[in-house]
Ligand binder design. Structure first.
Ligand code: 13P
Ligand code: SF4
Length: 305
């Protein structure tokens, strides 16, 4: 791995590349990232980097958001068309046709789309959100009726806090987070009664009911850091645990073994290296889509976390 790290370091300099990576990336990829974060921080960071080239290690919608917020940069996604394997399945659960039809049914509703959507769905949305700011974004809207796509579980979580609005939810969900069951968390709690339970809001409501803290992946990292606790039960994709262990070697982590996002893991040292060398495959989006999808993303960044 040392060779991989050295080669990546050299190529960053040589090709003017910044390497951004999501918290669920493989350990080897996390270790070479210039910046590691949740989807909100990554989107924000992508709009501010000084390098001309961004190699984005995460699923496709994250790389697309980076391109939309930084259209003048070359954004490279190690797995891009025609391979199309590092796709977030939840982002594929809502399409333009379906959302347009829901908008026609509720013409007085504002559309909030989770960043886990395609660029063309963002382009017909009013504002985006991530798990870090969904409650804040929905609360900030003057409208009483909100179409929230595509994650039902995140929408149900928002509903716990925003009680004065009608939320119309889309039946999307994360295949990885639904593998984390309340039964499993209960079992881990029985084995480790002193552990603090921290989960992601893409988990189902019965899992969220068992949590001490609910947050985005970066929110989870921050909570572990600031907590006096020594043991934690983690309810999210397993990749986050690598970062938690690395940054908190004196703390213990228990988690659902099955919670792996195969799409995130499609990014490997091999394809990262190829992308650093060739500056491809490049994320290419229609100019018109970039223009229209930028507004809801910029609105989200302006409202903040
Ligand atoms: P975060 O924004 O919390 O990192 O989550 C992204 C995601 O895809 C969770 O499954
Ligand atoms: Fe999509 Fe779930 Fe993977 Fe996140 S963990 S990228 S929501 S499939």
């Amino acid at each position: 791995m040392e060779d991989f790290e050295d080669r990546v370091t050299g190529l960053k300099e040589q090709n003017d590349v910044v390497l951004l990576a999501h918290n669920y990336q493989r350990p080897e990829v996390q270790d070479v990232a210039d910046f590691l974060g949740d989807s909100f921080d990554l989107a924000k960071r992508a709009s501010k980097v000084s390098q001309q080239n961004i190699v984005f290690c995460g699923v496709d919608f994250m790389a697309e958001s980076a391109k939309i917020l930084s259209p003048g940069k070359r954004v490279v996604h190690p797995i891009s068309p025609p391979n199309l394997v590092a796709k977030c399945p939840m982002a594929g659960m809502v399409d333009v046709e379906g959302l347009e039809s829901l908008k026609r049914e509720h013409p007085d509703a504002v559309v909030v789309s989770y960043v886990n959507t395609t660029a063309d769905v963002k382009a017909i949305s009013d504002v985006c959100c991530t798990s870090a700011n969904a409650v804040k974004i929905v609360s900030s809207l003057p409208e009483e009726k909100v179409i929230f796509v595509p994650d039902t579980n995140l929408g149900l979580y928002v509903k716990r806090f925003v009680t004065d609005k009608e939320l119309i939810l889309w039946p999307g969900y994360c295949r990885t987070h639904v593998w984390i069951t309340a039964e499993e968390i209960e079992k881990l709690k029985a084995q480790h009664p002193d552990a603090e339970v921290i989960v992601h809001p893409e988990c189902t409501p019965d899992v969220i009911d068992l949590a001490d803290t609910v947050g985005s992946t970066q929110g989870m990292v921050n909570r572990v850091k600031e907590s006096d606790g020594r043991e934690f039960i983690i309810g999210t994709e397993k990749g986050l645990v690598y970062r938690l262990k690395k940054e908190n070697p004196d703390k213990e982590f228990y988690y659902a073994e099955r919670a792996v996002c195969p799409n995130m893991k499609e990014i490997t040292p091999k394809n990262v290296l190829r992308s650093m060398e060739t500056l491809g495959p490049e994320v290419v989006l229609d100019e018109d889509i970039i223009e229209r999808a930028r507004m809801p993303l910029e609105k989200m960044v302006a409202i903040g976390r």
